[in-house]
Write a new protein. Structure first.
Length: 481
């Protein structure tokens, strides 16, 4: 949502004269750049566990963060009050932390963006504002979701359905006199189910999360989620650990994109490369995977969990190709890294809240579709596994090594999906895995779940991938099954 400028100035009880005064205070000790980030966020949640409401409530987070940059120094301070006295104290503190004679750095001034936000270009329009709906009105949706889940499978023993939403009013101003504002909605529904069959227990969870209003709580959404969370349960109960070893892996479209996000996306974030800690720090302009592969980070998908009208530095949201035709062409930049590399910011400066300074972070990270068919990629594999649902993962940014836990998948034998598999690890190296991609299908899917990325701070993100064949990864399974 994008309201009139006055709406935001009134919420934070500021005017443009006071904003300029705060910027001047921030630059008093020699800083070359200063910005202000105001936030007013309403949070709400409701949890239904086996038919009973076990928790729920709402709260508001409110405040301002002041950042001052001076060369390589960053001063940051925040206040939970927007009184002029409190904000001035923050600006003084940030100024003193960053105090240092320094050369003036552009910090995104190559093309200053001083135009006002355009409601017609809003990437998250809202029909029903979460703030306008009583919490009790959401209960029938959660109850209906639980009912549909139980109707679909007699093995259901426990159901936990959860709704969470937030609405954030954001106002940003900086020493380039760029003033930006918008209101960011987010709605998230998740359902977790426990199944029991012949004394064995399996569980499955699905979620949906979008930047939208309460209008997305529909009967069709409940039906879709109930169908997904109860599908594939027969295979789960039949699944076994396969024999481990080095083998081909086919990554299913959609949620497998989490491996792309973790094992490769983080290593493309410019702060890691600026400091020389990323495995890709010396690979700009080089061929890192086969021709035809394009990997991008996109802030422009309408309603997507990771999309932004503006990032948390006021840079317009945009689509950034990191890999084009197999060549590394861009990192993901905030203002600091863009100034270091002499390029434009890519709209990836993000923060958890006004209490944090922004960092280069992903938004919606995915690989574009290729020309192959998913079934043809599977048919190429003599022995391997097909995986479509990942759980926990660990990545070493410097070395590029990763380990992911696979919740479900299938063994591939002579080009066919055979035995269901579970409880295995996929182990590999990001650059090596990219180089070992041998086929990309034409079925790109963006995962609609509640993905959250942690990198010192937590921010909402999204990911996606088409079906992809990687010729060799280590599968950690059983030695003799």
């Amino acid at each position: 949502m994008i309201n009139e400028k006055k709406y935001y100035l009134d919420i934070f009880r500021v005017d443009e004269i006071s904003l300029d005064a705060l910027i001047a205070e921030g630059l008093r000790s020699g800083g070359s750049y200063c910005d202000l980030f105001f936030e007013n966020t309403t949070y709400g949640s409701l949890l239904l566990r086996d038919g009973a409401v076990t928790s729920g409530g709402s709260h508001v987070d409110f405040g301002v963060g002041v950042r001052v940059l001076a060369g390589e120094k960053t001063g940051y301070a925040y206040s939970e009050s927007t009184s002029l006295a409190e904000m001035t104290a923050c600006a003084k503190a940030a100024s003193q932390i960053a105090s240092s004679p320094s050369e003036v750095s552009p910090y995104g001034t190559r093309n200053p963006s001083r135009g006002e936000p355009n409601p017609k270009a809003d990437r998250y329009p809202v029909e029903t504002n979460w703030r306008d709906v009583p919490m009790t009105s959401f209960l029938p949706f959660l109850q209906g979701l639980e009912t549909r889940v139980k109707e679909k499978d007699t093995r259901v023993q426990k159901v936990m359905a959860n709704l969470a939403f937030q609405v954030s009013d954001i106002l940003m101003y900086n020493s380039h006199r760029e003033l930006k504002w918008d209101t960011r909605p987010m709605g998230t529904v998740s359902v977790s189910v426990v199944f029991i069959q012949d004394g064995k227990i399996e569980n499955k969870a699905v979620s949906r999360s979008f930047r939208c209003g309460a209008e997305f709580l529909s009967q069709s959404l409940a039906e879709e989620m109930a169908s997904e969370v109860t599908s594939g349960i027969d295979a789960r109960f039949e699944a076994k650990r396969p024999e481990g070893g080095q083998m081909s892996v086919v990554m299913g479209a959609g949620a497998s994109g989490i491996l792309l996000h973790e094992a490769m996306g983080h290593a493309f974030e410019a702060d890691f490369n600026r400091k020389g800690t990323s495995i890709f720090a010396d690979k700009m302009g080089k061929q890192i995977c086969q021709k035809g592969i394009n990997i991008l980070d996109d802030g422009t998908l309408k309603g997507n969990r990771g999309s932004l009208n503006f990032d948390d530095e006021g840079i317009p949201g945009q689509k950034t190709y990191m890999v084009e035709d197999g060549i590394l062409t861009s990192y993901l930049h905030d203002r600091i890294s863009a100034a270091h590399y002499g390029v434009r910011p890519t709209g990836n400066g993000r923060r958890e809240s006004f209490r944090y300074a922004p960092l280069p972070r992903m938004r919606a990270t995915y690989m574009e579709s290729g020309n192959a068919k998913a079934q043809d990629l599977i048919s190429e594999v003599k022995k391997g596994i097909y995986v479509d649902e990942f759980s926990n993962g660990q990545v070493q940014i410097g070395e590029g090594d990763f380990t992911f836990y696979v919740k479900s998948g299938f063994l591939i034998e002579n080009g066919r999906l055979t035995m269901p598999v579970k409880d295995i690890n996929i182990i590999g190296n990001g650059p090596a895995a990219l180089a070992d991609i041998r086929g990309v299908a034409d079925d790109l899917a963006i995962a609609p779940g509640a993905w959250t990325c942690g990198k010192e701070q937590s921010v909402p993100v999204s990911c996606g991938i088409p079906t992809v064949l990687i010729s060799s990864l280590t599968v950690g399974g059983s030695a003799n099954e």
